[in-house]
Design a binder for this molecule. Structure first.
Ligand SMILES: CC(=O)N[C@H]1[C@@H](OP(=O)(O)OP(=O)(O)OC[C@H]2O[C@@H](n3ccc(=O)[nH]c3=O)[C@H](O)[C@@H]2O)O[C@H](CO)[C@@H](O)[C@@H]1O
Ligand SMILES: C=C(OP(=O)(O)O)C(=O)O
Length: 433
């Protein structure tokens, strides 16, 4: 089991480039299954464990894929007949495997996917995905740990109002509707930039998706989709994580490949705290001088403050002056990292769906365990400013969503390394670089 070891107290300086977005590439690779002619060439694919998992899922469904991580390219040939069943071994590893359900249902009229179950951040049901498929004429059934959708007469366009603007449900319904008979309207749709990237990709394959990025998405079903070349958008959560890394250390960091329009809520909150953010041709420059001012914030669906930046922002608020209240409205259990922050001497308490911080906390290095992907990043950020040594374990979460995270921080001046725990001794550390 690997650990990341940080010696706190270094300011970060320099430039870092962010990768293609995990939350865009996963639905897009699933949607690639819609093409019955030609191959899809997906570029700016980040080398993440989640990408390797979805690649395995596509292959298990009989798509032919060629992954070239060194150039960030994944080629998918889904022109042969596909099987309709996604196994638990993949869905268990990565919930986003559920996103193959829409494309399989659209292509085969049938999809059988292992039930994802709950996870650290909440129960995460898929009722809105299924409500969409049902409205389009699919019969839904459950059994033996699987959910099945069967559209005997093919999928028909429908009007679907989502109870909540779910990202995954919007994506699954968009892909199912892409080959359906007639027009589908998704009302109260998710508006995240990753939804727009997926819509652009479907359109590049010959689809007709209009309105992505607004509350109402209109999908006119087409006869067939054909392979295309697509570049994944930059990862706004990786961008945000490096923005916080610069701010928490009082550093000066330029983030290349960053799109400020995807991070408006975060930029506004950081500015309120006193962080200086400058838009450059090559990306975003973040400079910060402490003390920073505490703020209140609430996570919301896009364009609100992203839940995927909540834990990293919590780390930053711990170092800000004054009382800050952070409220999580998207997931019901996304505060597992609070206990870990407490182990680092954070002055923090949970009250219902909010946490209250009295800053600045005098953070101290400790051994802490990542409880989910963004918690892993947040604990590392806290380690950058804690007094002494912080060891972060359970890096399996980190590797789902960040490429070379510790090397990128090291290149910016952090005192950080990654070791196998068996080999961790004072003199001989096996460093993974
Ligand atoms: C791979 C990917 O893109 N993951 C992102 C996606 O997850 P994901 O697509 O799972 O998130 P959703 O937007 O669907 O979920 C948001 C909320 O809606 C609830 N819900 C969702 C679907 C449903 O059928 N019923 C229901 O009740 C969920 O339990 C959760 O409380 O959006 C989340 C919210 O921005 C992000 O945190 C994740 O990083
Ligand atoms: C929660 C996240 O991802 P997933 O939906 O894949 O679990 C995330 O990216 O922070």
């Amino acid at each position: 089991m690997d650990k990341i070891i940080i010696n706190g107290g270094r300011q970060l300086h320099g430039s870092v480039r962010v990768e293609g977005a995990k939350n865009a590439v996963l639905p897009i690779l699933a949607a690639a299954l819609l093409a019955t002619e030609g191959v899809n060439v997906i570029r700016e694919v980040p080398n993440l464990s989640d990408v390797r998992t979805i690649n395995e899922v596509l292959k298990s469904l009989y798509a032919k894929t060629e992954y070239k991580p060194e150039i960030g390219e994944l080629i998918i040939d889904s022109t042969e007949t596909l099987t309709s069943e996604a196994q638990f071994e993949y869905v268990r590893k990565m919930r986003a495997s559920i996103l193959v359900m829409g494309p399989l249902l659209a292509r085969n009229g049938f999809a059988r996917v292992a039930m994802p179950g709950g996870c650290a951040i909440g129960s995460r049901p898929i009722d809105q995905h299924l409500k969409g498929f049902e409205a389009m004429g699919a019969d839904i059934s459950f059994g033996h740990g699987f959910v099945e959708a069967r559209a005997k007469n093919g999928l028909q366009g429908a009007k679907i109002y989502l109870d909540f603007p779910s990202v995954g449900a919007t994506e699954n319904i968009m892909t199912a509707a892409a080959l359906a008979n007639g027009t589908t309207l998704i009302e109260n749709a998710a508006k995240e930039p990753e939804i727009v990237d997926l819509a652009n990709f479907i359109n590049e394959m010959g689809g007709r998706v209009i309105g992505a990025g607004t509350d109402v998405i209109r999908i006119e079903g087409v006869e067939k989709l054909v392979g295309a070349v697509h570049n994944i958008i930059p990862d706004r959560i990786e961008t945000g994580t490096f923005m916080v890394a610069a701010a928490i250390t009082g550093g000066d960091v330029t983030i290349e490949n960053a799109l400020p329009e995807h991070n408006a809520a975060l930029i506004s909150k950081l500015q309120e705290m006193g962080v200086v953010i400058t838009e450059l041709d090559e990306g975003l420059r973040i400079t910060a001088q402490h003390p920073l001012k505490s703020v209140d914030l609430k996570t919301m669906p896009h364009p609100g403050f992203p839940t995927d930046m909540q834990s990293q922002m919590m780390a930053l608020m711990l170092k800000a002056e004054g009382t800050g209240v952070l409220t999580e409205t998207v997931f019901e259990n996304r505060f597992m990292h609070v206990e870990e922050f407490r182990r680092m001497n954070a002055d923090i308490k949970i009250e219902g769906r909010s946490v209250i911080m009295n800053g600045p906390s005098d953070l101290q290095g400790a051994e802490v365990a990542a409880t989910d992907l963004r918690a892993a990043a947040a604990l590392i950020l806290a380690g950058l400013v804690a007094e002494g040594v912080t060891r972060v374990t359970e890096l399996i979460h980190l590797d789902r969503g960040y490429v070379n995270f510790h090397q990128k921080l090291k290149a910016l001046g952090a005192d950080i390394s990654r070791v196998s725990s068996e080999s961790e001794t004072a003199d001989t550390e096996v460093v993974h670089s």
